[in-house]
Design a protein around this ligand. Structure first.
Ligand code: FDA
Length: 392
């Protein structure tokens, strides 16, 4: 049977794949999108608690992790949050800014999927879901993709199959296997935006499961001020998810439980209220259960007046940089994204085309570009999909 001919075949009908298909189709390219999941855009549907945090107005390359921190600049600069917002508005989708520049649909993430499907259809693109890819061949300048439903060929092939986070939704490491087959290097993938697990002495904090507090979390040079949440396995909440992307095995995570207190606050409190206790001060600033666990562990009991300044300084220092020693993460099963991926050294930052495999492109989460929590990962999916589409 002859393979159906297209100008480009895009593997993966997620955020990046659909954006790329829409743009390339509207530029006059005949595009086929193939996905093994029953429906397009599954991760978009569950994103942002069902409301899709579709971009972040503070998007800048320094909010992305990559072996090459400059790689994302070109695509992010050419397709911006304002561009995506204009598209959202042109479809009459109501939106709001929640916090920290995060834009969400007022209604539902379904609106974003419907918008992308409409944009793909407008460009004449074909999306085929529920098809398993059994082979990808390359000969005479054409890629041939064989699926359960037949084969298709094109001079351009776009890898947009994302990363392996949340495998139960059909996420796979297919992108990496395919890239390696074409000789491209892959930066070791690891779970990111993922809860951290605690063991050893830190296990005592698991008794705080369900307690949340605003903190500054630090790992290496990275620091995030947002909520941290204690879980029955360890630590989660936005501040921890953010820091998890920077955390590596063996590193400590420092938590400032009182980020608004200035240096010397505890000694100042001793002067102002000598009869107060550390426990009562902590209870005034933090959830009671958290205050009690911290006070127990600091073992600074009784009146502040009865404590030396040195002891109070030491307690203050620990509260400002409480060292947790995570023993791992909750893994790809719980990771919102995958860090690492197809090496940016292999790709043109302008077109996403592989230097050593002309006609092969990689976009979205499959690439070693990982955004912070808060709409950055979708913005990378849109921008990288758009950039590749300009070259197809
Ligand atoms: P994406 O994963 O979207 O798409 C890949 C597609 O490839 C899928 O349709 C998959 O079925 C298909 N595929 C995989 N393997 C295949 C194979 N072997 N054969 C054929 N098809 C295959 N980001 C953000 O910016 N704001 C947010 O609110 C959220 N919220 C959020 C919540 C949750 C629970 C998760 C898990 C993730 C988020 N994210 C997010 C991250 C965001 O969903 C993610 O970064 C993008 O979906 C990545 O887009 P891609 O198109 O690259 O991959």
């Amino acid at each position: 049977m002859r393979a159906q001919a297209f100008d480009a075949i895009i593997l993966g009908a997620g955020a990046a794949g659909m954006m790329c298909a829409a743009q390339a189709g509207q530029r006059g390219r005949r595009v086929l999108v193939i996905d093994h999941a029953p429906h397009a855009g599954a991760k978009i549907l569950i994103s942002g608690g069902g409301r899709c945090n579709f971009t972040n107005i503070h998007t800048a390359a320094d909010r992305f992790l990559s072996a090459n921190p400059h790689f994302a600049k070109s695509a992010l600069g050419r397709y911006t949050p304002a561009d995506f917002l204009a598209l959202v508005e042109s479809h009459g989708i109501a939106w709001h800014e929640k916090t920290l520049g995060q834009l969400f649909c007022d209604g539902s993430a379904r609106q974003i999927v419907a918008m992308l499907l409409e944009e793909v259809a407008r460009g004449g693109g074909v999306i085929r879901c529920g098809e398993s890819i059994s082979d990808v061949g390359h000969a005479d300048g054409r890629f041939t993709v064989t699926t359960t439903q037949g084969s298709a060929s094109a001079p351009a092939l776009v890898i947009a199959t994302g990363g392996p986070s949340i495998p139960k939704m059909g996420a796979t490491g297919f992108a990496y296997d395919l890239a390696r087959r074409f000789g491209l290097k892959v930066v070791e993938p690891r779970p990111a935006l993922v809860p951290l697990t605690l063991g050893g002495e830190d296990v005592l904090f698991r008794s705080l499961s369900g307690v949340a507090s605003e903190v500054v979390a630090r790992a290496g040079k990275a620091a995030f001020r947002e909520a941290a949440l204690f879980t029955h396995k360890g630590l989660s909440g936005p501040a921890i998810l953010q820091i998890s992307s920077y955390w590596r095995h063996g590193m400590a995570v420092g938590v400032d439980f009182l980020p608004d207190r200035s240096d010397g606050w505890l000694i100042a409190a001793k002067r102002a209220s000598p009869g107060a206790s550390l426990r009562s001060l902590l209870r005034g600033a933090l959830p009671d259960r958290l205050a009690d666990v911290l006070a127990d562990r600091l073992a600074v009991e009784g009146r502040l007046a009865d404590r030396t300044d040195a002891a109070l300084r030491a307690a203050e220092a620990r509260l400002a940089d409480w060292a947790f020693h995570p023993n791992g993460t909750e893994g790809f099963a719980k990771a919102e994204v995958t860090a690492g991926g197809i090496s940016t050294a292999e790709l043109s930052s302008r077109t996403m085309e592989a230097r050593r495999a002309p006609g092969l492109y990689a976009i979205g989460e499959a690439v070693d570009v990982t955004g912070w929590l808060g709409g950055y990962n979708f913005q990378w999916a849109w921008a990288s999909g758009w950039a590749a589409a300009q070259a197809l």
